[in-house]
Design a protein around this ligand. Structure first.
Ligand code: ZN
Length: 227
């Protein structure tokens, strides 16, 4: 429990949303759970209205004494993922919050990390149907994250779609680039608000293809790296 309390503070600290009172409350809770060190005692007694920068020096001393390694502000956003995962796995963070935090990590990577981008796209409704089962999606997404983190994914990976018709997985054809017009069972009147939805396979022009956030598509895509 003390570990998840620390995870939560470290996470909020990294995102710069932790306030002075969060540090003090953390220290109090740790003392109540039997942790102890000179700086922890001092931190627990500080005025909760202090600014973050005022409590930081004491916090860093406490970390040193308790063997806690706070994440450097400029670390790779992927280093933050284990905190999010542990909080989610411990039921201290909802699936929705985990999805939000992972998406914020993608933003923190300046939209450069395709693996984090997958979460961002799912949050941003690139696959609206997945949003309806977000608890299960997040739960099932962690093992895929582990598998994919060792791979060099292409930059466009978060926008990929898979075609059940021809098996192609890649960037979809945007609606406005379709010529001749789409072979769609949906009909021209059902044109969606987003130009990328529903997705059209770039190889066989079949619609709809499914976003790579669907684990069936993702599984097929990742398995190609093994062969
Ligand atoms: Zn196709």
């Amino acid at each position: 429990m003390a570990e998840t309390l620390t995870d939560k503070l470290l996470l909020n600290r990294w995102f710069k949303t932790a306030m002075g009172e969060d540090y003090v409350e953390w220290a109090v809770q740790l003392l109540l759970r039997g942790e102890d060190s000179p700086s922890l005692r001092v931190l627990a007694g500080l005025n909760p209205n202090l600014e973050r920068y005022e409590v930081e020096p004491n916090f860093l001393e406490t970390c040193d004494e308790l063997n806690i390694r706070p994440l450097p502000p400029d670390c790779n956003p992927r280093s933050v993922v284990p905190l999010i995962r542990r909080l989610h796995r411990s039921n201290l963070m909802s699936a929705k919050e985990a999805l939000d935090k992972m998406s914020e990590l993608y933003e923190a990577s300046e939209f450069s990390d395709p693996l984090l981008g997958l979460w961002f796209m799912v949050r941003d409704d690139y696959a609206p149907e997945l949003g309806e089962e977000i608890d299960r999606w997040v739960e099932d997404a962690w093992p895929f994250y582990d598998r994919a983190q060792v791979l060099e994914l292409p930059q466009d990976f978060p926008k990929f779609v898979g075609c059940d018709h021809c098996g192609h997985i890649g960037m979809p054809v945007p609606w406005n680039k379709l010529n001749p017009p789409i072979k769609s069972p949906i009909g021209a009147d059902a044109r969606p608000k987003e130009t990328v939805m529903p997705y059209v396979c770039a190889v066989c022009n079949t619609c709809p293809a499914r976003h790579i956030g669907h684990f069936g598509i993702l599984e097929k895509y990742l398995s190609r790296f093994n062969s």
